[in-house]
Design a protein around this ligand. Structure first.
Ligand code: PGA
Length: 244
């Protein structure tokens, strides 16, 4: 079986001291994972990133949750953090998460710009796409997703990683049916190529992680809420080992 990716998106959770404590609490479970065909990527806040890196980087990869859209390593951009600045710690960056698209008005073109800056700084972009419930119910989701994919990612780049996260499945406990996810995987790979890594996110937890990871068209999962709890991480990792 191909390598599978498990991405923990901690979003705006954990202070620096809390993330240090949490990282120390989960380090044993992460280190005990027997399945070496799994790559775990932990994405804390910018502030916690260097600390989590110190604690966890010998066992997992680290990622950031955003970067600046300005193509400068340094400069007069108050409040911004450049791709260069995270590159000491992060091998990955999550871009275009629906929470940023909705709350911060990020559009496809800004996401594409950030994607290019991250590649320039040797950071692999994980580009999120996903439709709202209204779009899904209207039956126009395929067209909508196709557009997001085409406007956010050029097919001629390497390291293409797409995270399909239907907005209605995020944090709702209502994970997307495997068949529907596989349909979007097919769509994504038909546009970007079979070398694209296709990740699913949206209410992934111990009860459904195995079904997603066992699908040959899904390369990994992006986990929010269930990655904030030590026991749930332990349970998910145990399930992975029990089924490998
Ligand atoms: P969730 O979040 O696992 O809590 O649904 C996923 C995400 O938004 O990345």
């Amino acid at each position: 079986m191909n390598k599978k990716y498990i991405i923990f998106n901690w979003k705006m959770n954990f202070t620096v001291s809390e993330s240090i404590e949490f990282s120390n609490n989960i380090i044993k479970s992460l280190a005990n994972l027997k399945n070496k065909n799994i790559e775990i990527i932990v994405c804390p806040t910018f502030m916690s990133l260097p600390y989590c890196y110190q604690i966890l980087s010998s066992i997992v990869k680290l990622g950031a949750q955003n970067i600046s859209h300005t193509d400068h390593e340094y400069g007069s951009y108050t409040g911004e953090i450049s791709a260069k600045m995270i590159s000491d710690y992060a091998e990955y960056v999550i871009l275009g998460h629906s929470e940023r698209r909705i709350f911060l008005n990020e559009g496809n073109s800004i996401i594409n710009t950030k994607r290019l800056f991250s590649i320039k700084n040797n950071i692999k972009p994980i580009v999120c796409i996903g439709e709202s419930i209204d779009i899904r119910n209207s039956g126009k989701h395929i067209h909508f997703l196709e557009n997001q994919i085409k406007e956010c990612i050029d097919s001629d780049y390497e390291d293409k990683i797409v995270a399909y996260e239907p907005v209605w499945a995020i944090g709702s406990g209502e994970n997307c049916d495997l068949g529907k996810v596989e349909e979007i995987s097919k769509l994504t790979k038909s546009i970007l190529g079979n070398d694209t890594l296709f990740i699913y996110g949206g209410s992934v937890n111990k009860d459904n992680i195995h079904s997603y990871l066992s699908s040959s068209s899904i390369d990994g999962v992006l986990i929010g809420s269930a990655s904030l709890d030590k026991n749930s991480i332990e349970e998910m990792l145990n399930i992975i080992d029990a089924n490998s």
